[in-house]
Ligand binder design. Structure first.
Ligand code: NAD
Length: 260
């Protein structure tokens, strides 16, 4: 149980981040949500989560590509909750194009949001975690942190980098009660992947359902999507005492993707 602990999940207004935030709240953690979206919907989400799980739920709109906004968010967490005990670096974006066609500003944004933001949040929460001799940092990498796909150079580079950051930070904290690990999902049907389904449907003139099957058939041997709830359960395990010697891993949950 995580009761009395506070979790920050970046990019938790949608998809995997929201799933993990819900799972951590279900374990009793207070939650600091972050991400973009409709203000009224986010306010409602806060109310619903707090009511369903009996925890405190706050929200900060920091843009994870902006270090000063990340600093404001961690300061806000300090004022509101006394600080962060569980950090889930989840915010991320995707763009698909070959290297020679890759928009330079998209490259910069993907590196900033998918990689550098995790450095900033980690450097800002680690002093408190070390002082408490307890903390969990969970970085949402990807199968693309372990292997590549054509057209995803920035994403693959950022996710490989995120696993590198995970390993280095895990070694730095190895003799403490702070652990740092990465989770590597295969395809999860979130808005980020639905865009790729739409692109596949348009390119091959096939239905939404057939495009989903085609995307999975290319990469994911199970033929099924991973779910945010399954990833949340893995995050809860990584937060548990039983996982205190799990350090610096890049744990794939991917329907067999990287076993091939
Ligand atoms: P999503 O698009 O559903 O959610 C992304 C979240 O990040 C949203 O809450 C969005 O508002 C937020 N976000 C985007 N840019 C931001 C910014 N600049 N500042 C703050 N928040 C920002 O995507 P998802 O599929 O849930 O992806 C979540 C994470 O999981 C990403 O890091 C992604 O790379 C990773 N991942 C996804 C899959 C998949 O198949 N969906 C697979 C492996 C890894």
């Amino acid at each position: 149980t995580l009761s009395g602990k506070t979790a920050l999940v970046t990019g938790s207004t949608s998809g995997i981040g929201l799933g993990i935030a819900r799972t951590l709240a279900a374990e009793g953690a207070h939650v600091l949500l972050n991400g973009f979206g409709d203000a009224a919907e986010i306010a409602q989400l806060q109310v619903d989560l707090a009511k369903e799980f009996g925890v405190q739920v706050a929200y900060h709109n920091a843009d994870m590509s902006k270090p000063a906004e990340i600093e404001s968010m961690i300061a806000f967490a300090g004022d509101k909750f006394g600080g962060i005990d569980v950090l889930v670096n989840n915010a991320g974006i995707q763009h698909v194009a070959n290297v020679e066609d890759f928009p330079v500003e998209k490259w910069d944004a993907i590196i900033a949001i998918n990689l550098t933001s995790a450095f900033h949040t980690s450097r800002l929460v680690l002093p408190r975690m070390r002082a408490n001799n307890w903390g969990r940092i969970i970085n949402l990498a990807s199968t693309h942190g372990l292997v590549a796909s054509a057209g995803k150079s920035a994403y693959v580079a950022a996710k490989h980098g995120l696993i590198g950051l995970t390993k280095a930070a895990a070694l730095e904290t190895a003799t403490t009660g702070v652990t740092v690990n990465a989770i590597c999902p295969g395809f999860v049907l979130t808005p980020l992947v639905q865009k790729q389904v739409d692109a596949r449907a348009a390119k091959d003139s096939i239905s939404n359902e057939d495009a989903k099957k085609a995307l999975l058939a290319d990469k994911q041997p199970s033929g099924e999507f991973v779910t945010p709830e399954e990833l949340g359960a893995l995050a809860v395990f990584l937060c548990s005492d039983a996982a205190k010697q799990v350090r610096g891993v890049a744990w794939n949950m991917d329907g067999g993707w990287v076993a091939q």
